[in-house]
Design a protein around this ligand. Structure first.
Ligand code: RIB
Ligand code: CA
Length: 309
């Protein structure tokens, strides 16, 4: 008898956020989503935590949600309200969650899960503050997990600035420390995620299902398309965070290249930039420390998305 594929054990660290919500929905269906930790990013920690709880209640699953960092390692709190709205879920109004967070100590929870859960994958789709704080507490965290998948950075231009992608830009020091912590992480940067775009046809297909979850996602992206039309003149949105989940659950949809990455934490023009060493030379080239996703089969990924939601 064909063995059912073993589903990966995943802990998502997120800042919901429209694409974070879609990532949670995909992970809940395509993996064993053991818990969720939240971080300030697209919106305040209070908003991202409430939004994460609301999504779990929408799917009727009591997945534990642990709140984490409310600001970057350097004390700053930058958000993306111009994209995701003031509360982080522009365009939808979910009922206030009926349950509370499991704790307000995401870092302790991440460390406990890394030891307790067999072959745990960490999927980080917001600023990397919680992951960096966990590494500061236990520098060998990488040796206790199956892997780390990050939505963040870019081998090309940025989105928060000309050179920096939002998750890295919001806490560059955290990203610098995480990339140096020995995870050899999967990195889904803008160069990858901008290959996987939503459009109004996708929204129509989601609405045609006439079910709660697809309708919720259609509402999220109806709002997002209006924001994107306003910001960049097109009714399309990169499905950033879902890429990091699919890179764990369906790696065959991707191509990966091992590279070295470091993060600029100081530059006036380049603060938050992920500097990937893409030189062809062997001389002086830095030893790779991550697996960069360079291509996604976006047709197959779209099909999987529609089938899953
Ligand atoms: O740059 C895209 C990333 O920033 C995504 O994780 C999105 O949710 C925002 O957090
Ligand atoms: Ca996010």
């Amino acid at each position: 008898m064909n063995e059912l594929p073993v589903m990966a054990n995943i802990l998502i660290d997120c800042d919901p956020g429209h694409d974070d919500a879609m990532a949670i929905l995909l992970a809940e269906s395509l993996s064993n989503l053991v818990s969720i930790t939240t971080v300030a990013g697209n919106s305040s920690l209070a908003n991202t935590t409430r939004n994460a709880l609301s999504v779990t209640e929408l799917i009727g699953r009591d997945i534990p949600v642990h709140a984490g960092a409310s600001q970057a390692l350097n004390g700053e709190a930058r958000d993306a309200r111009h994209v995701h709205g003031a509360g982080g879920f522009g365009g939808v109004s979910l009922a206030e969650p009926g349950r509370a967070v499991a704790s307000e100590d995401a870092v302790t929870h991440i460390l406990a899960q890394a030891r307790a859960v067999e072959a745990l994958w960490l999927v980080a789709i917001g600023p990397l503050t919680n992951i960096a704080l966990a590494v500061r507490k236990e520098p060998d965290l990488a040796s206790h997990v199956a892997g780390l998948a990050i939505m963040g950075g870019s081998t090309g231009s940025g989105n928060a600035t000309a050179t920096a992608e939002f998750n890295i830009w919001a806490d560059p020091q955290a990203a610098k420390e995480v990339f140096a912590a020995g995870f050899d992480p999967i990195v889904c940067g803008l160069n990858l995620t901008q290959q996987f775009l939503s459009d109004d046809d996708l929204i129509s297909e989601l609405r045609a299902a006439q079910r709660t979850i697809p309708t919720f996602v259609a509402d999220l992206y109806t709002y997002m398309h209006a924001r994107m039309e306003d910001l960049i003149g097109v009714r399309q949105a990169a499905l950033h965070d879902p890429c990091a989940v699919l890179a764990v659950t369906h790696p065959d949809l991707f191509e990966f290249v091992s590279m070295h990455v470091d993060v600029e934490t100081e530059g006036d023009l380049t603060r938050g930039m992920t500097v990937f060493d893409q030189r062809r030379t062997r001389r002086g080239k830095a030893t790779p420390n991550c697996k960069v996703a360079t291509h996604i089969d976006q047709g197959a990924a779209r099909e999987l998305l529609l089938k899953t939601l």
